[in-house]
Ligand binder design. Structure first.
Ligand code: SD4
Length: 331
């Protein structure tokens, strides 16, 4: 589904006109042979898109983009808003702990040149997206995990903080009474932020950050910090990112798959739908988990699709900010 059609159909759309003084030349011809799109179409950017209804995060990213900033900065600044929001129990400070009561954070970031960085199962550091960016920019590696990631963060000047809020500690204590690992659809696997942005130059970047599945086993890592699974960007084609049951996204290398499907000519919407279908094909008869994908192509067209009803994704562009209800595989 094309973005304009989606906006028109969106019953919960909350479009608001915004001042965009730097947006005088945001429409540009796209090379159709590279982007897999029809000839003579216009690109619309800057634009930011993120999983779930993160108005504050997308607004922050839009502030960066609309004042001429680049997509990578917009991503880092945008998702940090959720990392710092203690009421979001799936990202950053305030995230739900693992079953032993330890909060561990996962994040990755990817730029227009295919550079990427990630931290996995990192404790005690409030902004994993910024550490992931440092891994990308200041090391010869792509991923740092656990204590290595934490140590690296201290070397880069990050402070040690307590990520476990009283609210999350009390809920974990309550959970321990049954100790049943059974993530509740759209609740316990909710609110990971995956974000994709195109800046005024038409360059794409993306990021994804999470505390992972609540009450997971110690050391468990999902899709979110895994390049290709929770996030993938190819500046010639577009980007994709995921939220939900990470194990299933990893098994399908979901975000890479969606970008490759766009390379073959599918729209972002068609590619997200195919991504979900591939997952469901491996899970015949299973209907107890949620995954949501979002994607954007070089034109700034967007798409989103999920397994269960309830997933939404937010866009912010010169056309305003919109909360898009996603269509779902299961009705
Ligand atoms: C994970 N994909 O760790 C993440 C969880 C998530 O919204 O997306 N929550 O598997």
């Amino acid at each position: 589904m094309k973005r304009r059609k989606f906006l028109k159909n969106s019953s919960t759309a909350t479009a608001a006109l915004v001042a965009t003084p730097f947006l005088t030349s945001c429409k540009e011809e796209v090379n159709p042979s590279k982007a897999g799109v029809a000839a003579n179409t216009k690109a619309i950017y800057p634009i930011v898109i993120c999983t779930w209804d993160f108005l504050n995060a997308s607004t922050k990213a839009w502030e960066v983009l609309s004042s001429g900033g680049n997509a990578l900065d917009a991503i880092e600044q945008g998702v940090k808003v959720e990392e710092d929001d203690v009421t979001n129990q799936t990202v950053g400070t305030g995230g739900r702990p693992d079953r032993d009561g330890t909060v561990t954070l996962d994040a990755c970031i990817m730029d227009k040149d295919g550079n990427c960085g990630a931290v996995l199962a990192m404790e005690n550091i409030a902004n994993p997206i910024s550490v992931a960016r440092k891994v990308m920019e200041d090391t010869p590696h792509v991923m740092l995990a656990g204590q290595g990631a934490e140590q690296f963060a201290y070397e880069k000047g990050f402070k040690k903080v307590n990520l476990l809020t009283e609210q999350s500690r009390l809920e974990w204590w309550e959970w321990k009474k049954t100790s049943e690992y059974k993530p509740i659809i759209n609740i316990e696997n909710h609110d990971t932020i995956g974000m994709l942005a195109i800046d005024k130059n038409g360059d794409i970047a993306g990021g994804c950050t999470t505390s992972g599945m609540g009450y997971k086993m110690a050391g468990r890592v999902g899709d979110s910090p895994i390049i290709g699974a929770g996030l993938f960007v190819d500046n010639e084609i577009g980007g994709a990112t995921a939220t939900g049951m990470g194990e299933e996204v990893v098994r399908t290398v979901g975000s890479f798959l969606i970008v490759e499907l766009m390379r073959q000519g599918k729209s972002p919407q068609e590619a997200c739908e195919e991504g979900v279908k591939r997952i469901m094909a491996k899970n015949e008869g299973r209907n107890d988990f949620q995954i949501g994908f979002i994607a954007i192509n070089k034109k700034g067209e967007i798409g989103g699709y999920c397994i269960q009803p309830g997933f939404t994704y937010r866009t912010y562009s010169e056309e305003g900010h919109i909360n898009n209800p996603s269509e779902s595989y299961v009705s």
